[in-house]
Design a protein around this ligand. Structure first.
Ligand SMILES: Cc1cc2nc3c(=O)[nH]c(=O)nc-3n(C[C@H](O)[C@H](O)[C@H](O)COP(=O)(O)OP(=O)(O)OC[C@H]3O[C@@H](n4cnc5c(N)ncnc54)[C@H](O)[C@@H]3O)c2cc1C
Length: 368
């Protein structure tokens, strides 16, 4: 079968790996050459790692052992074993591992942005149109174009996907002292009154990632800090982060000082219900395009991986074009059911985050 995949993020690359292993011919179209290098890092849960390794992906990253829930003075209020096998990884390293695992015969075209899909009366995609005007024809169209997916918008134009109340500033720092301090643990500091937290994770032998989550209603970011680039945005982000958490326990002040804020990313997740289905005829959605999940669940990457491998289970080597709608329906039913609890859990974790600091035992680990 001829497959066109739009987006070479984690979901798009993994889908191409999994479908190619079933003998399908995959062409990937990616809007931006820089997307592969961009981003900081994430937590991988054991199921996601197992699925990737089973597809021949060789992963880097740092094993994670314990989660420490701290107050802003650094006092540990709770600690918990991480799921056995969990690890943190730089986004760039994960992208590279997936690119290296792409089987021969898979092509990637960069600077190729999906502009729109054209449908016939039955709702089948007849062809995709890139921003350059070029047409792409395939038997199966895979939308892996992230949380602001054009394909999802075309299928469900009225579907509400507002920005989540809790955005993040995310930074990557090269700092041996913090590396030693972080070790193999995931530390998260929380303000007493709720609504602000800072997580710290080592992602390789040299770097730690920090991410600052904040209640945008109580602590709105100045417009200057929201523009995507530039010195003024960097200064505004530094002063925002310093005001919020600059006097918190070590290593936070030192981490902020050592951060190049021109590279700090302002991440704005969306808070959406699940769309009614992840497919239509010969079009299927995977990863954030299908289900943008709350960062509180740490499930973005692992769910994208699960989408890809579930899709490959349904579209076997001998699957015909006529059988595609049923196969995609099975994929959609399975994955919707598996993702639904993450939507609920993400909202619960966000509500917990907005409350004053938890001193009683409850589910605090930010993993669903
Ligand atoms: C640049 C970037 C940095 C990120 N950094 C982090 C991070 O540090 N930590 C974290 O937890 N999560 C991060 N994420 C989100 C995380 O990668 C996803 O939540 C998760 O991996 C699911 O992956 P995905 O492939 O579905 O979506 P994404 O990773 O968002 O990938 C979507 C891909 O599609 C491409 N694309 C978008 N629109 C089009 C179009 N119209 N035509 C063609 N291609 C298109 C994008 O350039 C991107 O490469 C980042 C995402 C991006 C795009």
């Amino acid at each position: 079968m001829e497959v066109a995949v739009f987006g070479a993020g984690i979901a798009g690359l993994m889908t191409a790996i999994a479908l190619r292993r079933n003998g399908h011919n995959c062409r990937i179209f990616e809007r931006s050459r820089q997307a592969h290098e961009a981003g900081m890092g994430f937590i991988l849960v054991p199921e996601g790692i197992a699925r990737m390794e089973a597809m021949g992906v060789q992963l880097k990253g740092v094993p994670l052992e314990r989660f420490f829930y701290r107050n802003s003075s650094g006092e540990i209020l709770h600690d918990q074993q991480m799921p056995v096998g969990a690890r943190s990884i730089r986004r760039r390293d994960l992208s590279t591992s997936l690119l290296e695992a792409l089987p021969n015969g898979t092509t990637i075209t960069f600077d190729a942005e999906l502009d729109r899909l054209e449908f016939d009366r039955q709702g089948r995609v007849t062809h995709a149109v890139l921003s350059s005007g070029e047409s792409v024809r395939a038997d199966l169209y895979v939308s892996a174009d992230g949380s602001r997916s054009r394909a999802r918008h075309m299928l469900f134009p009225g579907w509400s996907a507002p920005l989540a109340r809790v955005p993040e500033l995310v930074g990557l720092v090269r700092c041996l002292q913090t590396l030693r301090w972080a070790g193999h643990d995931f530390n998260k500091f929380h303000s007493e009154s709720g609504g602000v937290a800072l997580g710290v994770l080592r992602v390789d032998e040299e770097h730690v990632v920090w991410y600052l989550q904040f209640d945008s209603k109580r602590f709105p970011l100045l417009p200057a800090a929201m523009v995507s680039d530039g010195i003024a945005a960097a200064q505004a982000r530094r002063s925002f982060a310093t005001q919020l958490v600059g006097d918190w326990a070590a290593p936070i002040p030192h981490l902020l000082e050592g951060t190049d804020f021109t590279r700090v990313h302002h991440w704005q997740p969306v808070d959406a219900d699940l769309i009614p289905r992840f497919h239509q005829e010969n079009l299927v959605l995977v990863g954030d395009a299908a289900h943008p999940l709350s960062p509180f669940t740490s499930q973005g990457v692992s769910s994208a991986i699960a989408d890809a491998t579930t899709l490959a289970t349904e579209i076997e080597t001998d699957c015909t074009v006529e059988e595609l709608p049923q196969a995609l329906d099975r994929y959609s039913v399975t994955r919707r059911a598996q993702c639904a609890p993450y939507v609920t859990k993400g909202r619960t974790l966000m509500q917990n985050f907005l409350q004053p600091l938890a001193r009683e035992e409850r589910a605090l680990l930010p993993i669903a």
